[in-house]
Structures are given as structure tokens and as C-alpha cells.
Design a protein around this ligand. Structure first.
Ligand code: ADP
Ligand code: MG
Length: 259
């Protein structure tokens, strides 16, 4: 009962003291490529961390290790104090606790929008169908696609599909949401509708890790910017400090090319 009454949203950033995702000295190789090198990263509850850096620097791999789509070679990752499970039901639960939104929306093409948002609830969370549908409809409304519930993904615009993907992840009541370049595949006029949805989520207190090239979003939504290059975290700072006064030459060089 007491857990329910502690709403992190009401507490806001003041509640952001405790550590939700902790990567400790994480290393990973793809063959000879040392893709993640001595990664130490802590994401606090309620925090929005934007990860930026050149292509190939390991940003996607970093995200994928957090929900164990990729294994790591050494170091540790804990979520809410628990090490990542290796397999089976525990792993399925972890994947539900860590919502992931990809560049390619990855919706099930042969299922309706509503079914896409219900599926994980009934299969993984074992929610009954009526409750799952009610929740799915509420979430679809929340991300602004409630009227599309009975269509198939291909009948929606890219921006709408990506918002369905966000609703689907939210349906699992994730502890943290990972976004890997969620707007990179979208036509320009659809980018803002997805960023606005993410902005709202951030304001509602969701813990978020966002890989993006959208620097406007980083400036306005991020509590912290993490800059990666060549598999390492080169710099971590508040957005204002990072964009106005980057410390490393790599970050200065990167920013000079994109801003
Ligand atoms: P980013 O998301 O920052 O562009 P990635 O994490 O996708 O970077 O990739 C980092 C590096 O790892 C790149 O050089 C990429 O080619 C390589 N890489 C990514 N996935 C694999 C894989 N499954 N097997 C081999 N190399 C990979
Ligand atoms: Mg990537």
C-alpha cells in the first residue's frame, strides 16, 4: 500500500535520488571490435538521459545490453538493484520492465493496433483480456492514436506507428523506457508528434534513456547528456553545460558538425 502511495510523479525530480539502472565497468566485444569499453553509467529514477555521439560509437549496443538483447563480456548491469536475469520467464519479465522503442517501429503487422498493445499484457503480465483492452485503449488515447485502434499498422503513418510502439511498451508498466533513435526513420513532419509524446512522458516522471540526434529534445527534456565515441563515455553533463561548454575535443568536434 505504501509503495502505491509514493508516486514518483508527484515527487518529481526530488525523488530522483535512487539508482534504477546501474552499469558498472561494462565491456563488450564484437569479435575484434571493443564496442563498449569500461562503461560506468547510472540512471536515477525519474531521470531522462539523452545519449548522443557519432554513428558506430556503441549507442545502440549500449541500449541493447540494458534489456539483454546483447550479452556483455565483463562488468555488471543491475536494474532496480537486481542483476539482469539470464533466461526464461525472468528474462521475459525484465524485457517487460525495460520498455524499448526502436527506429523501426517493430509492430506486429498481422495484428491490429489494439492487439499490438494488448499482447504483452496478456502473454507476459497475464492480465485478463478485458483489463488489457481497457488499458490499451487508454494508452492509445494518451499518445493520440485512440481512433486508430482497430486498424493494422500499415494503415497508419510512421509517426502514428511509433506512438503505438510507445503505447505498447507503456502497457507493460516499464520501470524504464529506452528509445533508440525513435524519430530517425520518420518523415520530418512527423518527428514532432513523437517527440511531444516523449516530452509528455518525461514530464510524467518516466525514467528514460534516449538515443537521438534531436538536440532540441535533448536541451528541453534531458536531465543529463551522455556523449559517446568509440565505445566509451567521453563526457556526461547537464544539457546546458554540454551544449554551451563541452569539455572534450571529441564533443566539440561532434557538436560543430551537427549544430
Ligand atoms: P551506434 O548506435 O552508436 O551507431 P552501434 O552500437 O550500432 O553504434 O554499433 C557500434 C559498432 O558495433 C559499429 O561499428 C557496428 O558496426 C558494430 N556492431 C553493431 N552490432 C554488431 C553485431 N551484431 N555484430 C558485429 N558488429 C556489430
Ligand atoms: Mg544506433
Amino acid at each position: 500500500m505504501s509503495e502505491v502511495s509514493v508516486t514518483k510523479n508527484a515527487e518529481g525530480p526530488a525523488h530522483a535520488g535512487d539508482q534504477l539502472v546501474v552499469l558498472d565497468n561494462v565491456n563488450k566485444h564484437f569479435g575484434a571490435l571493443h564496442v563498449l569499453q569500461d562503461i560506468d553509467l547510472t540512471i536515477n529514477r525519474g531521470e531522462v538521459v539523452v545519449v548522443i555521439g557519432p554513428s558506430g560509437s556503441g549507442k545502440s549496443t549500449l541500449c541493447r545490453t540494458i534489456n539483454r538483447l546483447e550479452t556483455i563480456d565483463s562488468g555488471s548491469i543491475t536494474i532496480d538493484g537486481k542483476p539482469l536475469p539470464q533466461e526464461g520467464r525472468e528474462l521475459a519479465k525484465l524485457r517487460a520492465d525495460v520498455g524499448m522503442v526502436f527506429q523501426s517501429f517493430n509492430l506486429f503487422a498481422h495484428k491490429t493496433v489494439l492487439e499490438n498493445v494488448m499482447l504483452g499484457q496478456t502473454k507476459v503480465r497475464k492480465t485478463d483480456k478485458a483489463a488489457a483492452e481497457q488499458k490499451a485503449r487508454a494508452l492509445l488515447d494518451r499518445v493520440g492514436v485512440g481512433t486508430q485502434a482497430d486498424k493494422y499498422p500499415a494503415q497508419l503513418s510512421g509517426g502514428q506507428q511509433q506512438r503505438v510502439a510507445i503505447a505498447r511498451a507503456l502497457a507493460m508498466d516499464p520501470k524504464v523506457m529506452l528509445f533508440d533513435e525513435p524519430t530517425s526513420a520518420l518523415d520530418p513532419e512527423m518527428i514532432n508528434e513523437v517527440l511531444d509524446t516523449m516530452q509528455q512522458l518525461a514530464r510524467d516522471g518516466m525514467t528514460m534513456v534516449v538515443v537521438t540526434h534531436e538536440m532540441g529534445f535533448a536541451r528541453s527534456a534531458a536531465n543529463r547528456v551522455v556523449f559517446m565515441a568509440d565505445g566509451r563515455i567521453i563526457e556526461e553533463a547537464e544539457p546546458n553545460q554540454f551544449f554551451n561548454n563541452p569539455r572534450s575535443d571529441r564533443a566539440k568536434d561532434f557538436l560543430s558538425k551537427i549544430l
